[in-house]
Design a protein around this ligand. Structure first.
Ligand code: NAD
Length: 313
């Protein structure tokens, strides 16, 4: 069991998953929320999730389930929660004003040592951290949902973030079994969402142009590109698909340029195409919470098996 403790702020979907990840790495975790009821629900939910993971042999880390559960405790007093925290992971709703208020509070409470990480998906470090006394200790550590199964964490510094903060966070993420990547500077959408949005944009245009059905488009990813992408990125894929990367660029570069130059404009993400995609999706998975939750559970089971397979490879 490691010294000090990790503080998770916000016990929703992402906060719960982070708490489990840090506990699996042998850290004491304090789970803070402004709503006491939310902490009670979160603790129950974490216990249940861990039991199911343990039963199916998918519990992460080498510690027993009893020990992992005992490492997580709830708390409602921010001041005492911050005391002794070596790393803080903020997981409150994606709302700039709310987060800024919280970081201002943390700025008054945090020691010179604690790293303050934010789970934000879209807000820039500049918007979140500018003006804070402890800005050099602040960093965006953007997880992918659910972090328990999907290990990537994008580390995005504020221009004033101390390089030592980046290194400490990187090492901590590695230690608990996540896969950190470093962005040298902030950029809207970070790296993951920029790639994701490029894909969703071209997918949209293919539906709009009547080239393929929404169901088949999803299959292009899940049964095609996605199979490889679970193990290697676009660069390594290219490297292997020719006699090395240079040979790939030589062979396919012109063709890629021709296709990319003919890409259409930025889609509206509304209207007839939206209607068409939604209808196709809802035929298989009606958009009510029962159906969506069943499918989310299935997705998480698939991801846990994939995570296990990747570890074994
Ligand atoms: P959520 O709504 O499930 O949970 C937010 C929690 O924060 C709630 O329990 C709420 O009670 C609590 N909260 C609200 N104000 C608070 C405050 N002032 N202090 C402490 N707790 C407070 O949200 P989520 O989906 O867990 O998302 C949290 C963050 O993670 C967001 O910034 C989001 O962008 C980011 N994120 C989400 C996903 C995702 O897919 N859900 C993926 C990556 C990153």
């Amino acid at each position: 069991i490691k010294e000090g403790h990790i503080l998770i702020i916000g016990s929703g979907l992402i906060g719960r998953s982070w708490a489990m990840v840090f506990a699996s790495g042998g850290y004491h975790v304090k789970l803070y929320d402004i709503m006491e009821q939310q902490i009670t629900t979160a603790m129950e939910n974490i216990g249940k999730q861990m039991e199911e993971l343990d039963k199916s042999g998918m519990l992460r880390g080498s510690l027993s389930i009893q020990l992992q559960v005992s490492l997580i405790s709830g708390c409602t007093d921010l001041k005492s929660a911050v005391e002794g925290a070596t790393y803080i992971q903020e997981c409150t709703p994606e709302n700039l004003e709310l987060k800024k208020k919280l970081f201002a509070q943390l700025d008054l409470l945090a020691s010179e040592k604690a790293v303050i990480g934010s789970s934000t998906s879209c807000l820039s470090p500049t918007k979140l951290f500018t003006g804070l006394k402890h800005v050099k200790q602040c960093i965006v550590a953007h997880p992918v949902n659910p972090p328990y199964y999907v290990p990537l964490v994008e580390l995005v510094p504020h221009p004033k973030t101390d390089p030592a903060t980046v290194e400490k966070t990187y090492a901590l993420m590695k230690e608990i079994g996540q896969c950190p990547v470093k962005l040298m500077r902030e950029i809207d959408g970070f790296a993951l969402n920029r790639l994701q949005y490029a894909i969703i944009s071209e997918a949209w245009r293919l539906i709009q142009a009547g080239v393929i059905s929404p169901t088949d488009l999803d299959l292009v990813m899940s049964e095609g590109l996605g199979m490889r992408y679970a193990f290697m990125g676009p660069f390594e894929t290219a490297h292997l698909n020719a006699e090395g990367f240079k040979s790939y660029c030589e062979r396919y570069g012109e063709g890629i340029k021709r296709v990319v130059q003919a890409f259409g404009p930025v889609p509206e993400f509304s209207g007839d195409v939206e209607q068409k995609i939604d209808q196709a999706l809802c035929e298989n998975i009606p958009a009510d919470s029962d159906h969506l939750n069943t499918r989310r559970e299935w997705r998480d089971t698939c991801l846990s098996h994939l995570a296990k397979l990747k570890k074994e490879m």
